[in-house]
Write a protein that binds this ligand. Structure first.
Ligand SMILES: [Zn+2]
Length: 53
């Protein structure tokens, strides 16, 4: 299996997880960082990148 940089970016950088309901949300990184993205389910604005550390 070959990993493509683009694929990795898609999977990790553009996907966020809602802190409240843990729903995965696809969103451009910049928008999410600016707090312009809200969760579809609960409407919360507390999002985390998928990668946890
Ligand atoms: Zn949520």
């Amino acid at each position: 299996m070959v990993k493509f940089p683009e694929a990795e970016v898609r999977f990790f950088r553009n996907v966020f997880v809602c802190r409240k309901c843990k729903t995965k949300i696809k969103a451009p990184n910049l928008k999410a960082m600016a707090g312009k993205i809200s969760c579809r389910k609960c409407g919360g604005k507390a999002l985390r990148p998928v990668r946890r550390k």
